[in-house]
Design a protein around this ligand. Structure first.
Ligand SMILES: Nc1ncnc2c1ncn2[C@@H]1O[C@H](COP(=O)(O)OP(=O)(O)OP(=O)(O)O)[C@@H](O)[C@H]1O
Length: 211
């Protein structure tokens, strides 16, 4: 479980999150809200990619930053936009991410191939990322986030740019992961996934509230 208490995040003078408090239990939590409201910013905070200006965060009852190392060891993060190394194959990139996470590489490789199989990327696992479409890149970013069965998954629009069948397959893996992990995600498919979520939170006007 991840908890935020009185968390503020601002860029320059712009206050994006204004003293928010929220609890993210095991299960799927959906983030909804207008464009620019701060959903990606909140995910970056949860993924410890950025720090709040004020407030407290804790993971499994341990306060950050003390618990940051413990959290990062069990974190999967799929950001909305990321520069992928075009010269690597998808599989090489996945193994690179697995090594950064300190995972067993043979097990991670097997897991990566199983995930790519489930989301229709298997045939391109050994292709160079340079040849990938937007939807393929999105699935690769998603697949690396799942490596090592993380206990916290922060997913920023993992189903964007995907056809409905592929989005459904990605959604099925997310729901499966949420049986044992804390999964927080933004998605344009929030209406479809809401019945499977433990909570839908609306981010708007610097505040977070149950939708
Ligand atoms: N690194 C940054 N520097 C300055 N401003 C930023 C930065 N990142 C985000 N912002 C601003 O913070 C606000 C929230 O952005 P964020 O991307 O979190 O919104 P969002 O709800 O995820 O939007 P969308 O649904 O369009 O992805 C926006 O006004 C954005 O311009």
């Amino acid at each position: 479980m991840l908890e935020l208490e009185g968390v503020t995040k601002r860029y320059g003078r712009k206050v994006v999150l204004d003293g928010i408090s929220a609890t993210f239990p095991t299960g799927l939590t959906l983030l909804v809200g207008p464009s620019g409201a701060g959903k990606s910013t909140l995910l970056r905070l949860l993924a410890t990619a950025e720090k709040p200006n004020r407030g407290r965060m804790s993971w499994a009852g341990e306060p950050l930053p003390k618990a940051r190392t413990m959290l990062r060891r069990t974190l999967g993060y799929a950001p909305q936009a990321v520069d992928l190394p075009d010269d690597l194959t998808a599989r090489e990139f996945a193994l690179h991410m697995a090594s950064l996470k300190g995972l067993d590489l043979a097990a991670a490789d097997r897991q990566f191939l199983a995930i790519t199989d489930a989301i229709g990327l298997h045939a391109d696992a050994n292709s160079r990322i340079a040849t990938f479409s937007g939807g393929m890149r999105r699935r690769l970013i998603f697949a690396q986030a799942l490596l090592g069965a993380p206990r916290l998954l922060a997913l920023d629009e993992p189903t964007a740019e995907l056809d409905s069948e592929t989005a459904r397959r990605v959604g099925a893996l997310i729901v499966e992961a949420a049986r044992t992990a804390t999964v927080v995600m933004t998605t344009h498919l929030a209406d479809e996934l809401a019945p499977l979520a433990v909570a839908t939170l609306r981010v708007d006007g610097g505040q977070v509230a149950t939708a």
